[in-house]
Design a protein around this ligand. Structure first.
Ligand code: DX5
Ligand code: ZN
Length: 218
């Protein structure tokens, strides 16, 4: 399966979001990674539904990969779907019931993503291995862009191995990594079995974004 690059616009110039998104289209990123933070689940507040709607209107074809770092994601699944989300990823450490949140996403047309923080073990997602389209393994503590990468290779490998023997269609499971992904850390996570690479500061700081995208992808 091809590796996908999901650009985190947390590191974009938000005053010029339209031109930043055109730049992502031009450099053929696969998805826009949209980080939603509520100031409670994580110590930071970002942006939400109206901004997502605007991006979807601006770029209807680009896939929107929504990462919910919020306390009660279940309450907002339909709203994010209606605003244009193609993948909805919520944290297993949130206060929402995991099975109910999965069901709520399943009722939409969005892909189901389950995220785990660095201290959460791989085993936490095992009961949902057949429900998830994507598992997001955080490689930083969620909350801020530009942090140092934490090596979660062993966790990624464990999830891949578990999926191999317990998932109906193991090859269809995406494993996404998020935090500190750049030219040096991308090979580590790809070797471990990750296939969706989120990148914020590395992409937006690159002098040549096209080259940066292709380094992540290949
Ligand atoms: C952090 C966010 C990330 C962040 C990644 O909580 O979930 O998506 O924007 O940024 P970089 O690539 O700069 O680590
Ligand atoms: Zn994220």
């Amino acid at each position: 399966m091809n590796k996908l690059v999901s650009a985190s616009i947390l590191s974009a110039d938000l005053l010029n979001l339209e031109s930043e998104i055109r730049k992502l289209e031009k450099n053929s990123v696969d998805m826009i990674h949209f980080d939603v933070m509520d100031g409670i689940f994580v110590p930071n507040i970002s942006y939400g539904i109206p901004v997502l709607e605007s991006i979807d209107r601006l770029s209807p074809d680009l896939l929107l990969d929504v990462h919910l770092m919020i306390t009660d994601p279940l309450k907002y699944i339909d709203k994010f779907f209606l605003a244009g989300a193609d993948y909805i990823t919520f944290h297993i450490e949130s206060e929402s019931n995991t099975a109910e949140t999965i069901e709520a996403i399943r009722r939409t047309d969005a892909g189901i993503g389950i995220a785990i923080k660095p201290d959460t073990p791989a085993e936490a997602v095992f009961p949902y291995i057949n429900d998830a389209d994507m598992i997001l393994v955080m490689t930083v503590e969620p909350g801020f862009g530009g942090q140092a990468f934490m090596d979660m290779s062993e966790k990624i490998r464990k999830i891949r191995e578990y999926a191999e023997s317990n998932r109906n269609n193991p090859a269809s499971l995406r494993i996404e990594v998020d935090g500190g992904i750049d030219d040096k850390t991308a090979p580590i996570v790809k070797n471990a079995g990750a296939d969706v690479l989120v990148s914020g500061s590395y992409l937006f700081r690159a002098d040549d974004m096209e080259k940066a995208v292709s380094i992540l992808r290949t």
